[in-house]
Design a protein around this ligand. Structure first.
Ligand SMILES: *Cc1c(COP(=O)(O)O)cnc(C)c1O
Length: 393
């Protein structure tokens, strides 16, 4: 039998990294030593104090049963306390925080709460692909906001046509940004809040990288700016600061109506994450944060190796202040796909073509992830230098 899939599935691309995985598997099967700078997934392990907490909690039979749809009170309160410690933001754990089975899950689902078929959502180009695809799945249409180097990879809200702004229901933002490594100023967040108020748009801010930063920079929370809670929510995650990508635990916090709507949707689709994982995340959020600072020192060294290496080949990159990516323009004569393919063929190094992150703006760039062991990264840069050589733009 060949079953016809629903139209909403037909519109979805094969997930970028699923496609890359196939190419890598084929090469590795031939015995080639491939270095994968594609996916942003921390290479170092979760720290022991968090694993120990998981093991302790896993032995408690009370944790073996179904857990609350919205997250354990202890988890939601821990998120509220973390916000208060880190940003001075006051949140009510009960009504303003909902647990997610990884933040991707909630980011992908929230469009179902606010998008009717044909509705518009403002989505950055380039961006984490889940924003646009979540909107498409819900029957909506992304309006792509270009993120350009000359504007610091911030969207130009003034350039959004008034009729589009009036029709838009949601806006996705992410700072520190994946894939560009850009950061947002407080001024930009204030401008976004004013825009959202004027046009009644729900802002969904993705703060996955709020604790991955360098050179003394401390990224803000969107929620720390006046009025943010009236117009928006923020998606957070234990994945990147504590090397917990496989554990699947995150949250959505902020506007209580949006938190309630997302919780209501989720309670009809899934059930809370394993409580032992929630308790381990509580430990992660409330313990001393020096582990994450040490991780940042490691990423910073890799960032310098990568940027200095590429600049020696002819690039002219600034060092990103946050997140663990280098977003590099492709040399003259290439698309992001053809350049990534050339690096893969000649150097056996995987980088992601920017086109995977947005329909227009991404195509001029490749993304390099710093989540491989430092010596492997050094080797990858060396291989690109030896096999690709000098580039011109
Ligand atoms: C890694 C990442 C996430 C996902 O995190 P999970 O909590 O593991 O689902 C969300 N947003 C961006 C931009 C990311 O890069």
């Amino acid at each position: 039998m060949k079953f016809e899939t629903a139209r909403r599935i037909e519109k979805l691309p094969v997930y970028l990294f699923a496609r890359l995985d196939k190419m890598i598997q084929e090469k590795r099967a031939r015995g080639v030593d491939v270095i994968n700078l594609g996916i942003g997934d921390p290479d170092l392990p979760t720290p022991d104090y968090i694993i120990d907490e998981l093991c302790r909690e896993a032995r408690n039979p009370q944790n073996h049963r179904y857990s609350s749809y919205f997250g354990m009170p202890a988890f939601r309160q821990a998120v509220a306390r973390w916000y208060n410690n880190r940003f001075g933001v006051e949140l009510d754990g009960k009504s303003e925080v909902v647990m997610l089975i990884g933040s991707k899950e909630g980011i992908g689902h929230i469009a179902w709460c606010y998008i009717n078929p044909g509705d518009i959502a403002l989505v950055p180009d380039p961006c984490y692909p889940v924003y646009g695809n979540g909107v498409i799945l819900a029957g909506g249409e992304p309006y792509w906001m270009p993120l350009k180097a000359e504007n610091g990879f911030l969207p130009d809200l003034g350039a959004i046509p008034t009729d589009v702004a009036k029709k838009a229901r949601m806006m996705f933002l992410c700072y520190p940004n994946n894939p560009t490594g850009a950061i947002a100023t407080g001024e930009f967040f204030k401008e976004a809040i004013a825009f959202a108020r004027e046009y009644e748009i729900l802002i969904c801010h993705d703060m996955a990288y709020c604790d991955i930063a360098y050179d003394g920079y401390r990224p803000p929370s969107f929620l720390q700016f006046p009025g943010a809670k009236e117009v928006g929510v923020e998606f957070g995650s234990a994945s990147k600061p504590y090397n917990m990508t496989g554990w699947r635990i995150g949250w959505c916090a902020g506007n209580p109506d949006a938190v309630e709507a997302l919780g209501r949707l989720k309670s009809n689709l899934d059930t809370g994450q394993f409580q032992a994982i929630q308790m381990a995340a509580v430990k992660a959020l409330l313990a001393d944060q020096s582990f994450t600072r040490k991780m940042c020192d490691i990423y910073k060294e890799r960032r310098d190796i990568c940027v200095d290496g590429l600049n020696a080949m002819g690039w002219n990159l600034e060092k990103p202040k946050a997140a663990f990516y280098v977003w590099a323009p492709v040399p003259a004569g290439y698309t992001s796909g053809s350049f990534a393919e050339m690096i893969f063929d000649k150097a056996d190094v995987v980088v992601t073509p920017g086109a995977g992150y947005g329909p227009v703006e991404g195509d001029g760039y490749i993304r390099i992830s710093l989540t491989v062991p430092t010596e492997r990264l050094r080797e990858a840069i060396e291989r690109i230098k030896n096999n690709v050589g000098r580039v011109t733009f």
